[in-house]
Design a protein around this ligand. Sequence first.
Ligand code: NAP
Length: 329
Amino acid sequence: MRIAVLGLGAVGRGLLQMLAAKPELGFVLTAVADSTSARIDPDGLDPVAILDEKCGTGRCAPSGLSAADVIASGAYDVLVELTPTNAMTGEPALTHIRSALESGRHVVTSNKGPIATDYSGLAALADDARVALRFEATVGGAIPVLHAIRDGLAGNSYSSITGVLNGTCNYILTRMDDEGLTYEQALTEARELGYAEADPTYDVRGIDAAIKLVILANTCWGLGVTLDDVAITGIDGLTVDALRLAATQDCTIRLIGEAVPAENLLRVAPRVLPRNHPLVIKGTLNAIMLSTDMAGEVTLMGKGAGSVETASALIGDLIAIRDRYDGSG
Ligand SMILES: NC(=O)c1ccc[n+]([C@@H]2O[C@H](COP(=O)([O-])OP(=O)(O)OC[C@H]3O[C@@H](n4cnc5c(N)ncnc54)[C@H](OP(=O)(O)O)[C@@H]3O)[C@@H](O)[C@H]2O)c1
């Protein structure tokens, strides 16, 4: 199966490293692009050579081609879209993904923007073209929650999804609870360790978690909701005193995303939870609890971000597509 990769940041490079490390997967890299360059070879590119060039020059090719040329080339079966997230417009990924689906190509993405802004439109395009649109890496990093919903727990009805969906917030709350740090101290530490962006607004105000909740709700129930439908409270107003008060009841506080369709509830907010609750996890981990009719409560926990961890989710999607559509797989 031939794959084209748009975006060679942390995630794109992690994917190329794994393609190089696991040739037995049998994926052929035929095109790559970053923000200023692109390279296309229908006979296959060497992922290691691309990584070396990107590392040495900051680009994946000298000049000339762009991401649009990669998409138009048609020299791929699956477009892997890994450009930066824009939660408001979904661009440039929305245009990339629409173009690939319209030309009958499968799409795998880690980019939350297009899935949160136009899931129904993209799903309809994929249906019309009889191709796959998969986005496991948009929620929970390495945690295979969308696979679990679609495959492992197929046939179940879901009454609710609750989860710790943002590792930066979970790290900050863990440090405030364990060490008595103030919010500002814990945020500074998270920045120093590379867990928080220079501008952490999306994370600490709960927007990143809300986008992931929207993706989960739309995937699980086809609700067709958007970010505007989520009631969002971040952790930026949280004090150490609130955590201390929770501790007197053997509880702590976590930023929890919660979707309960029967109650019309779609919310991200700090919640007081008993310390032995399955969603009270430490550090940058993510956890997602699915309440089902047959399997009961199923909680998945793992690394919510990271270069190779996210590549794991992308490769899972690529293999699912190959198994379903590609006779050679
Ligand atoms: N990092 C994680 O752990 C993680 C986990 C889950 C999901 N995600 C999502 O996965 C996506 C990629 O994340 P990342 O951490 O790899 O981001 P990143 O490090 O910022 O890299 C983004 C890449 O996209 C390229 N790019 C930007 N605009 C482009 C365009 N118009 N056409 C083609 N390439 C373009 C950039 O090019 P240059 O190299 O030229 O700047 C860069 O290579 C994001 O949407 C992110 O939210 C990330």
